[in-house]
Design a protein around this ligand. Structure first.
Ligand code: ATP
Length: 251
C-alpha cells in the first residue's frame, strides 16, 4: 500500500517515517528526570505527553529536539540517529520561555525557518522565498506578516511559530504546552491547525495538561512520571487506573 508521508517528501513513499525512543535516560546533575523511556511513533500522528509537574515532559521534548544531553538510550528517526536529521525537527518551548518582545516581524520569524536550509554559504533563493510565502499563506498570516511578534495575540504567536516550522519543512513538531493560555477560539484554531499538520504527514508531539480534551486532540498518549507509565492510543491508555499512577493526588 502506498501512503503519503512527511510533508517535505515530494512524492508518496511506501513506509511512514518512524521516531523511535529506546531506553532513554536523562539526568540533570542530581535529578534523574527520565528513565527507561521506550516508544515509537509514525509520522502523521498526534501524540500527547501527559504527566504531573516535573514528570519529565519538557525534558523528553528537549531530548528529542537534541537540546539536552541524554545519559543513556537512543533516539532514532528514519532509521538513523536523530542528530543527522535535526533540520527536520522544530521545537516550541513553553510560552514563558520565549522572548516574545524580541524585535522581529512575523515574516522575519518565518524566514528564520529557512536558515537551516540556506546555511551559511548558500544565497536566499526564489525557492526559499516561495517556501516563506506558502507558509505565511497556509497559516493565514499574510495580513499580519509585517507586525512585530510582540503585537500578536497568543493564538497568532502560535500560528507564527507553526508557519516558521512549515517554512523549515519540519517533519516533527515538538510543542511544549501549546494550548496553555489560549482562549477557547484560539484553542479551536490551533487544534484544527495541528490536525492539518498531521494530516499533511507531520508528526506532532505535545505536552498537554487538559485531560478533558486529550481524546479530541490526540491519537496517542504517553503517560509519564519520571518513567513511562503507559503508551498507546488515547482510548486505551488514558484510563482511571493509569491516570491515578500519573496524578496520584487527583484520583
Ligand atoms: P511541567 O509540567 O511543570 O512543565 P515537566 O513534566 O515538563 O514539568 P520537566 O521540566 O521535564 O518536567 O522536569 C523533570 C524533572 O527534571 C523535574 O524534577 C525538574 O525539577 C528537573 N529539571 C528540569 N530542568 C532542569 C534543569 N535545567 N536542571 C536541573 N533539573 C531540572
Amino acid at each position: 500500500m502506498t501512503e503519503t508521508c512527511c510533508i517535505a517528501e515530494k512524492k508518496p513513499v511506501h513506509e511512514p517515517h518512524v521516531l523511535e525512543v529506546k531506553n532513554l535516560h536523562v539526568q540533570y546533575r542530581k535529578t534523574l528526570a527520565l528513565r527507561g523511556i521506550d516508544f515509537s511513533v509514525k509520522c502523521g500522528t498526534r501524540v500527547a505527553l501527559l504527566g504531573a509537574n516535573g514528570a519529565g515532559k519538557s525534558t523528553l521534548l528537549k531530548a528529542i529536539a537534541g537540546l539536552i544531553h541524554k545519559n543513556a538510550g537512543e533516539i532514532m528517526w528514519r532509521g538513523g540517529k536523530v542528530a543527522k536529521w535535526s533540520r527536520e525537527f522544530a521545537y516550541l518551548p513553553q510560552r514563558e520561555e520565549v522572548d516574545w518582545s524580541f524585535p522581529i516581524t512575523v515574516r522575519g520569524m518565518v524566514e528564520m525557518g529557512r536558515y537551516p536550509q540556506v546555511g551559511w554559504w548558500r544565497k536566499y533563493t526564489e525557492r526559499d522565498h516561495q517556501a516563506v510565502e506558502a507558509a505565511l499563506a497556509s497559516l493565514d498570516l499574510l495580513d499580519l506578516q509585517d507586525r512585530q511578534i510582540c503585537e500578536l495575540s497568543g493564538g497568532q504567536q502560535q500560528r507564527a511559530f507553526l508557519a516558521r516550522a512549515v517554512a523549515q519543512e519540519a517533519h516533527v513538531l515538538l510543542l511544549d504546552e501549546p494550548f496553555t493560555g489560549l482562549d477557547r477560539t484560539a484553542t479551536a484554531g490551533l487544534a484544527s491547525l495541528l490536525e492539518k499538520m498531521s494530516e499533511e504527514g507531520r508528526l506532532v508531539i505535545a505536552s498537554h495538561h487538559d485531560l478533558s480534551s486529550v481524546r479530541q486532540l490526540f491519537h496517542q498518549a504517553l503517560l509519564l512520571a519520571g518513567e513511562q507509565i503507559a503508551f498507546g492510543t488515547v482510548d486505551v491508555v488514558v484510563n482511571e487506573q493509569n491516570l491515578a499512577r500519573v496524578f496520584p493526588t487527583n484520583f
